[in-house]
Design a protein around this ligand. Structure first.
Ligand code: TYD
Ligand code: MG
Length: 468
């Protein structure tokens, strides 16, 4: 294997050390001294690849050569040090981050290719007129970025772009430009001269991240790292980085739909409950400030198999349409398929309907879809899901101004869900006539003067209220 590639930059000290190699699982990042066929950590076969680790692990590889001395300090002294968060003008991102950017934080922004990561980050960079931003792209050419900027129709005179993949060069530019915010698109294209292996390999990704983290912490500059997540895990998955960074944001949605969801799966500076919603337009991503507008978009005329769930995403209520199609199985084994909803949860709900309430769905195909390409997990959707399934099975529509908020337990009981008052108020605001909730919900007396609250205890009660 090769020698250490001499660094181009003068500020990064050259270190010569013995070439050291190790084997890394390309799926989960487990390190091993020898090649092994099956990863002991994630169980993947044939995933170990030899990578050169030239770096002497005992020496810290910093972004600058300046040595920092650490010293224990009193907790009470630390508080005076905390800096103000930087407000982000994109309201959805601002909220998902926990109320702005913390100086010196390292944020991994992951998502499938083509979902809109570069678009969102560039948009944030251009909108943030109070900050000087350096957008480093290792993926796109200057023309491509220029075209995208024109499409977005925004301009920030203090936004720099840099087409570069050599980390050492990038760090030199960072020291020159001294931006207030750095965006790296993407971490998998970066190459550190400390490591000999190819860009995107586990050891490269890990080393580049470590050095960028040092940069972020030492200069108090927030850094966004865009990372591609591939289902096959052929590229070193950003999963490896999740424990290194402060915040992990995920951008998801169906590429064929216009809505994109932004959530944080880890956040050292805030809650991970918040959800950001965007709409992909010809001119970039628009923030969806009032999520219930999605419902109004997708609502169609009275058809059976559709029911509206009053869900909560973080602290925001969100009314969403659930669509079900139940039909007699053509082939021997009935099919169950979902879009945006956990298929195991659907199977559980169908088993409850069959076993506890005597609905014969065992030989039926069941398809379930959350409108707008959303992927949601609130258990309060259960009640709307079974209503949609039963409505399609009976071929009787559920009135479009009915909505549902309740969890279904294994014995067919309807269980209360958190924040029922907010759900009811949102339903009322959208002109719903009835909301079905668990009869065990607390505080129902205080809410909903303008909406009829139907409290049900069992699946059968729901059925007779709806179709009885
Ligand atoms: P992109 O940000 O390049 O995705 P990623 O960086 O996650 O790979 O987004 C790509 C898609 O977004 C592309 O298919 C075109 C679409 N798009 C719009 O619909 N409107 C726009 O204004 C822009 C810039 C992109
Ligand atoms: Mg991109």
């Amino acid at each position: 294997m090769g020698m250490l590639v001499p660094s181009r930059s003068s500020s990064v000290k050259l270190r010569m050390s013995k070439t050291k190699t190790a084997f890394f699982c390309q799926n989960c990042g487990t390190q091993s001294a020898k090649w092994i066929g099956k990863c002991p950590s994630c169980g993947e076969w044939n995933s170990f690849v030899e990578e050169v680790v030239s770096r002497d692990d005992k020496k810290p590889s910093g972004f600058s050569t300046k040595k920092k001395k650490s010293k224990p300090r009193l907790i009470s002294d630390l508080q005076t040090d905390t800096k103000q968060r930087i407000p982000i003008l994109d309201q959805e991102l601002h909220r998902v981050l926990g109320g702005g950017l913390v100086p010196g934080s390292l944020i991994l922004f992951g998502g499938e290719p083509g979902i809109g990561k570069s678009t969102l980050m560039l948009q944030v960079a251009l909108r943030q007129l109070n900050l000087s931003v350096l957008y480093v792209s290792g993926e796109e050419s200057e023309e491509q970025i220029r075209m995208r900027v024109e499409r977005l129709g925004m301009d920030n005179p203090r936004c720099y772009v840099l087409m570069e993949t050599e980390l050492d060069t990038i760090l030199v530019h960072l020291e020159d430009v001294q931006p207030n915010l750095v965006i790296i698109d993407s971490i998998q294209t970066l190459q550190s001269s400390d490591i000999d292996s190819a860009p995107g390999s586990i050891s490269q990704v890990r080393d580049c991240t470590t050095r960028l983290m040092k940069f972020a912490k030492e200069t108090h500059t927030p850094v966004f790292l865009i990372g591609h997540i591939t289902k096959e895990g052929t590229l070193a998955g950003p999963k490896v980085l999740e424990h290194m960074v402060d915040t992990v944001l995920q951008f998801e949605g169906d590429r064929h739909h216009i809505y994109r969801l932004l959530r944080s799966t880890k956040n050292r500076f805030g809650s991970t409950n918040e959800l950001g919603i965007y709409e992909m337009q010809g001119t970039g991503l628009r923030e969806v400030a009032n999520p219930s507008e999605i419902l109004i978009h997708t609502q169609s005329e009275q058809l059976s198999g559709s029911a509206i769930a009053a869900t909560m995403e973080g602290l925001r209520p969100l009314l969403i349409e659930i669509q079900a199609l139940v039909s007699t199985a053509v082939y021997g084994t009935p099919q169950r398929n979902t879009t945006g909803f956990d298929i195991r949860r659907l199977n559980m709900l169908l088993a409850v309907l069959e076993k506890r309430s005597g609905f014969r769905l065992g030989m039926k195909d069941v398809f379930l879809n959350i409108a707008g390409g959303m992927r949601l997990e609130d258990p309060a959707m259960d009640l709307a899901v079974i209503s949609a399934v039963l409505s399609s099975n009976e071929d009787i529509p559920v009135p479009a101004n009915y909505c549902f908020a309740g969890e279904v337990g294994l014995s067919g009981e309807i269980r209360p869900v958190p924040r029922i008052d907010q759900r009811i108020n949102e339903a009322m605001k959208l002109g719903m006539e009835k909301i079905f909730v668990s009869k065990h919900s607390k505080g129902l007396q205080e809410v909903g003067k303008g909406i009829q609250i139907v409290a049900v205890g069992k699946v059968e009660e729901l059925f007779s209220e709806l179709f009885g």
